[in-house]
Design a protein around this ligand. Structure first.
Ligand code: ZN
Length: 266
């Protein structure tokens, strides 16, 4: 395997002691019809993340190397910026890719469902118990659920994903009221304009599936090493080049922004 590993993959490599490092890996075809050769097996639990319970039995903790690295990096970055409970992750892909029950996509290692960061009724950061729906004020609307959306931590996850150069993020599917809540928080924090501009395009409520009020669906573009076998569908955003790399956002400007209060959303 001669694939050059970007620095961005360091997080995935750090996981390789417990995860399975493929000899050769490729996301092939589209997210709806493709497959995943030699996918990276993310550990079911690590220092900064864990997969939701059903993932263990479904075996849906496989992703492209690039997506695995991004997930690991985002989980670690959030934990360091706003310490608290680990990121909780739903389905990615199965070993070898292909169809995943209940999903139209997730076939080629470039899709993953991310649960929201949450707080309990007393404001403590707790791991998400699973898929729970939230309204546009960040209140859990599931029966008997008193959780609140942890807006600062969830935004920090989103901004970390959006700042990624390789892989670049194509979509974050999320319900419109939740996107508005998170964007309002980001603007109040004085977020970098380039990150805000990306978020306004990428945070998107899909018209042809569920509302995504209980998780965020992350999709990344094909890695340059996987092209042309890997096929993107849908838009290519203005900040993404034809090899699927996003423009760099100047880090000196990113540093000025702070995550904000860890208090529960009101
Ligand atoms: Zn999904």
């Amino acid at each position: 395997m001669n694939r050059a590993l970007p620095a961005a993959c360091a997080a995935a490599l750090a996981l390789s002691a417990v995860g399975a490092r493929p000899a050769a890996a490729a996301s092939v075809g589209t997210t709806a019809e493709g497959r995943l050769e030699g996918g990276f097996r993310l550990p079911l639990a690590g220092t900064w993340h864990r997969f939701a319970g059903p993932v263990r039995t479904r075996g849906t903790n496989y992703a492209s190397l690039e997506l695995a690295a991004l997930i690991a990096r985002a989980a670690r970055t959030v934990a360091r910026a706003v310490p608290g409970a680990p990121m909780v992750i739903g389905d990615a892909s199965v070993e070898g890719g292909g169809a995943v029950a209940r999903h139209a996509s997730h076939r080629s290692g470039r899709d993953v469902d991310l649960l929201f960061y949450v707080r309990d009724a007393r404001g403590r950061s707790v791991p998400s118990p699973g898929f729970r729906a939230f309204d546009g004020r960040g209140r859990c609307v599931a029966e008997g659920c008193s959780l609140r959306l942890d807006v600062p931590r969830t935004w920090w996850m989103i901004r970390t994903l959006l700042a990624s150069r390789r892989p670049a993020v194509q979509y974050l599917f999320i319900a419109e009221p939740l996107a508005r809540l998170l964007l309002a928080h980001a603007r109040r924090r004085g977020e970098h304009p380039a990150l805000l501009a990306r978020a306004e395009r990428v945070l998107h409520q899909p018209s042809d599936s569920t509302a995504h009020d209980d998780h965020i669906h992350l999709r990344v573009y094909c890695a340059s090493a996987d092209r042309p076998a890997c096929v993107d569908t849908g838009p290519r955003w203005p900040w993404v080049d034809e090899d699927g790399r996003a423009e760099t956002i100047a880090p000196e400007r990113r540093r000025r922004v702070r995550p904000g209060s860890a208090a529960p959303a009101r």
